[in-house]
Design a protein around this ligand. Structure first.
Ligand code: KG4
Ligand code: ZN
Length: 335
């Protein structure tokens, strides 16, 4: 059994996984730093790096326990090297280098976004052919055309990412950080038609997104309601969450299916933390059925940041022999 130890520390999740080169998952451990960042209302880079430093050895040890194997059984180490927070990336990259050096195994540098693109690639239903991928997270909202030769950026957000919009609206509603999952849960009991929030750039022919206007629109709506004496009670919160979630999902899927139709692509893959959203998953499937486009969404635990997706991304590179030199492997904030 050829085994990969995968490490992901690009933002605020400290993750390790053990996967085989055939794509079997033997361990998936994620330490999420929500508690550390919640009181700041967002990720603080220095706090994130320090937390990774404290947790990385524990997370990797736990992965070995889960997989019931020993460090000497590892043949490859895969690590996220870009894009992300430099301090956080460095902790993972240095740990991976030290591990590879001590075991004497090959090291593979992985792009975090490529990880999201391939998060479900070990599943039978994952498209083998040309497809469009929508990657939506706290830092990115982008559409790609994925072909055998590689992937091409079709469009991306011009301002806030979709996850950022959820997190900022969550802050306004006092829901803590990150807020995407909470908004999703609260929205399930609300009226999505009560407020008509903007679907920016919907009539533009490009594949770009914009979510900062939506956030501002929610802020003004809350202010106007408050000024007219309407209390921010549970019903109002539910309706704001439901209407806001609907606006994000409509905007995301409109461009994704437009790209599929125009480029004559019949498969769409979703990925990134926002792909854990229950409405996005449901509506993508329903619209895909209507348009004759098959939609693949990874399991929820592989949508938010994890190291399994980093291990899966390394498989293709291992087959190509695309290994990194220990002396030159570095990290970068950019994609
Ligand atoms: O991919 P991810 O774990 O980290 C980044 O690479 O950014 O994505 C985190 C983002 C956060 O903004 C979080 O609020 C959002 O994903 N998120 C969700 C849901 N679960 C996580 N957004 C909407 N609905 C969800 N269920
Ligand atoms: Zn991510």
């Amino acid at each position: 059994m050829s085994t990969i130890l995968a490490i992901e520390t690009s933002c605020d999740d400290c993750a390790a996984a053990i996967v085989s080169v055939e794509g079997q998952v033997h361990a998936n451990v994620v330490y999420t730093q929500n508690v550390e960042h919640e009181r700041f209302g967002g990720v603080v880079p220095e706090v994130a790096a320090r937390s990774h430093l404290e947790k990385i050895a524990w997370v990797v040890k736990k992965a070995f326990e889960e997989a019931q194997i020993f460090p000497e059984d590892i043949e490859y180490v895969a690590v996220t090297t870009h894009p992300g927070l430099v301090g956080s990336l460095l902790v993972g990259a240095m740990f991976a280098k030290g591990f590879a050096q001590s075991i004497g195994c090959q090291i593979i540098a992985v792009n975090h976004l490529e990880g999201h693109l391939l998060a479900g690639s070990n599943e039978k239903k994952f498209p083998k052919n040309r497809h469009v991928a929508l990657i939506v997270s706290g830092g990115h909202s982008a559409l790609y055309l994925v072909e055998e030769s590689g992937y091409k950026l079709l469009g991306e957000t011009l301002d806030d990412a979709a996850g950022e919009a959820f997190d900022k609206v969550g802050k306004m509603l006092g829901l803590g950080y990150p807020a995407g999952k909470k908004i999703d849960e609260i929205a399930n009991g609300g009226d999505a038609k009560r407020f008509e929030f903007p679907r920016a750039l919907k009539d533009k022919s490009t594949y770009d997104y914009s979510f900062s206007g939506l956030k501002t629109s929610v802020r003004y709506k809350l202010r106007d309601l408050q000024n007219s004496g309407v209390a921010l009670d549970e019903v109002l919160k539910k309706d704001i969450c439901a209407s806001m979630r609907q606006a994000v999902v409509d905007a995301l899927l409109r461009k994704a299916f437009l790209a599929c139709k125009r480029l004559k692509v019949y498969s769409l893959v979703l990925g990134g933390g926002v792909a854990a959203n229950s409405l996005l998953r449901f509506q993508a499937m329903a619209e895909g059925k209507k348009f004759g486009i098959s939609v693949f969404v990874p399991k929820v635990e592989y949508c938010t940041d994890n190291a399994v997706m980093i291990g899966l991304s390394a498989i293709g590179k291992i087959k190509q022999g695309a290994f990194s030199e220990l002396s030159s492997l570095g990290v970068s904030a950019r994609a």
